[in-house]
Design a protein around this ligand. Structure first.
Ligand SMILES: [Zn+2]
Length: 445
C-alpha cells in the first residue's frame, strides 16, 4: 500500500511537471538553418496546404507509422540499475506493451476517446474522430549503463541522443532516465521546418510506474508524442500553450470555441492531473494535451495539424513508407512553392497544371500521373524526389515541362533502380534548362 500511495502523489505532481521544449535555451539543441528556403506564399499554400482543416483524417487517410526506439538509461555496475532491467522479463514486457499491449499507445491512437467537452458549435456532430491514422513502430529497446546520462534532465535528451541515438534521421529516440525526484517528467521536441532537425523525447522516473502505473505512463508518453507530432498544451500558464488568437492559422477552434457570441472562446483551459473533466464549473477536458489524468482525446483540427506536419515538417522523415489508396487530384492550376512529402498518388487532371517550385517527395510505389491535357511544370530550383518504386507517367496528350536551371535539382531517382519516367505525351525543356539524370532509374520516351 505504501508504494501505491507514493504512486498517487507522484502522479498528482506529474501534470504540473509536464515539460516540453523546442527552443535552444531549454533543451540545449541549436537548430541549424533551414535546408530549404521555399517561399510558402502561393495561393495553393495559403488557402489550402497550410491549413489544419485540409488534413483532417478520415477512413481513407493512409495509416502513417512512426518509427521509434526506446533507451533505458541505467546506473553502472555494481550499483543497482535504478531503472527498467533487461533481465527482468516482466519489466521488458511492460516496455513492449507500452506501444503494442492492451491499452497501449497504438491502441489509444486508433481508439481515441470521445471528448469530455465537445465544442459542437464548431465541429457539430463530427467532433469525435476515433482513429487518428497514426501508429508507432517500436523498432528497438536499448539499455545503457552510464552514470552521467542516467541523471540527466529529460530536456537534455538531445545530448544523450548524440551518443546513443539510433538512426536519428529516420527514427525518433525516446530516453527513460533514472530515479530523480519520484516525479514523472517529460520533455519533447516539436516538428521543425528544418527537415534535418532531430526529434526526441526524454522522460524520467518512468520506473516508478512499474507495474501499477501502466496507464499513467501510456498517457504521459502519448502526451509527449503529441508534442513530437506538433501539438502544444491546451492549458496555460506553464510551458508551451496553444495560441488563443482566433485569427491564427493554427488556432484550434474545435478545442477553444470560435470566439463568436454563440460559440465563446475558452482559451486556455483549466488543467490539473486530478481535475474533474466533466464538471461544468471548470474548463478541464480530457484532451491529450490538457494535462489531466483521463486524457486521450484529440480534436479534428489537432489531428489535421498532425497530418499536416507528417507532410510538411521534420516529422515526416520518421515515417515508414506508406502509400494511400485515394488519389490526390489536381483539378485546377496549382503552384506548390512549399516542400511536401506525399502519401498518395498525384493525379494531374485534364486541363489542370501542377507547377512545382520547391520539392515534392513521392511515396514508395507512388506516382505522378499526368492525364491528357494536364501539365506538370518543374520551375527553377524545383525537385521531385522519388522513393523506392515511384514513377512519373506523362500520358499521351499530357506535358512535362522542365524549366529548372539549377544543377542537382530536377527529377531525382533513389538508388533502388525502381524509379522511372515514362513520357507518352510531350517532354519540353525551357531555355537553359539543366537536365541531369540523378540516381538509378530510366527514362522511357
Ligand atoms: Zn507537454
Amino acid at each position: 500500500m505504501k508504494t501505491k500511495i507514493k504512486l498517487l502523489s507522484t502522479f498528482t505532481l506529474m501534470a504540473i511537471n509536464y515539460l516540453f521544449a523546442q527552443d535552444p535555451s531549454c533543451n540545449g539543441i541549436i537548430q541549424t538553418s533551414s535546408l530549404t528556403s521555399c517561399p510558402n506564399q502561393s495561393v495553393s499554400y495559403l488557402n489550402k496546404y497550410s491549413l489544419q482543416s485540409f488534413y483532417v483524417p478520415n477512413e481513407n487517410t493512409p495509416v502513417k507509422v512512426i518509427n521509434v526506439n526506446l533507451h533505458i538509461m541505467q546506473r553502472e555496475v555494481p550499483a543497482p540499475r535504478g531503472n527498467f532491467d533487461e533481465t527482468n522479463t516482466g519489466q521488458v514486457q511492460f516496455l513492449t506493451d507500452l506501444f503494442n499491449g492492451t491499452g497501449g499507445i497504438n491502441y489509444l491512437f486508433s481508439h481515441l476517446p470521445a471528448p469530455s467537452d465537445p465544442v459542437t458549435c464548431v465541429c457539430v456532430n463530427a467532433c469525435h474522430i476515433i482513429d487518428s491514422r497514426i501508429q508507432f513502430s517500436l523498432n528497438g529497446i536499448y539499455y545503457h549503463q552510464d552514470n552521467s546520462n542516467y541523471i540527466l534532465d529529460p530536456c537534455d535528451a538531445g545530448y544523450t541522443n548524440i551518443t546513443y541515438g539510433i538512426n536519428t534521421q529516420s527514427e525518433i529516440n525516446i530516453y527513460f532516465y533514472g530515479e530523480q525526484d519520484a516525479t514523472l517528467n517529460g520533455c519533447a521536441t516539436t516538428p521543425s521546418t528544418n527537415l534535418a532537425y532531430i526529434q526526441w523525447i526524454g522522460i524520467d522516473d518512468a520506473i516508478y510506474t512499474y507495474p501499477q502505473g501502466f496507464g499513467a505512463l501510456v498517457t504521459e508518453l502519448s502526451h509527449e508524442l503529441g508534442h513530437n507530432l506538433g501539438l502544444l498544451h491546451t492549458y496555460a500558464p506553464t510551458c508551451c500553450p496553444e495560441s488563443c488568437t482566433t485569427t491564427s492559422t493554427d488556432f484550434l477552434s474545435d478545442v477553444f470555441g470560435s470566439g463568436s457570441v454563440d460559440c465563446p472562446e475558452v482559451c486556455s483551459q483549466d488543467y490539473g492531473w486530478s481535475c474533474d473533466i466533466y464538471s461544468s464549473s471548470n474548463s478541464c477536458s480530457n484532451n491529450l494535451m490538457g494535462g489531466t489524468n483521463t486524457s486521450g482525446y484529440l480534436s479534428p483540427l489537432q489531428l489535421g495539424r498532425i497530418h499536416r506536419e507528417t507532410q510538411l515538417k521534420s516529422l515526416r522523415k520518421y515515417m515508414s513508407c506508406e502509400l494511400g489508396s485515394i488519389d490526390w487530384k489536381i483539378t485546377t492550376d496549382e503552384v506548390w512553392d512549399f516542400d511536401i512529402k506525399m502519401y498518395d498518388n498525384i493525379i494531374v487532371n485534364p486541363g489542370a497544371s501542377l507547377t512545382a517550385s520547391c520539392n515534392i517527395t513521392l511515396p514508395c510505389n507512388g506516382k505522378i500521373d499526368i492525364k491528357p491535357g494536364g501539365r506538370l511544370i518543374l520551375s527553377d530550383n524545383s525537385s521531385i524526389t522519388m522513393a523506392t518504386g515511384s514513377f512519373i507517367h506523362v500520358e499521351e496528350g499530357a506535358t512535362l515541362e522542365i524549366n529548372n536551371t539549377v544543377s542537382g535539382k530536377g527529377i531525382i531517382f533513389d538508388q533502388s533502380g525502381t524509379n522511372y519516367v515514362k513520357v507518352e505525351g510531350t517532354l519540353q525543356f525551357g531555355a537553359n534548362a539543366d537536365f541531369t539524370i540523378q540516381g538509378i532509374g530510366y527514362y522511357h520516351f
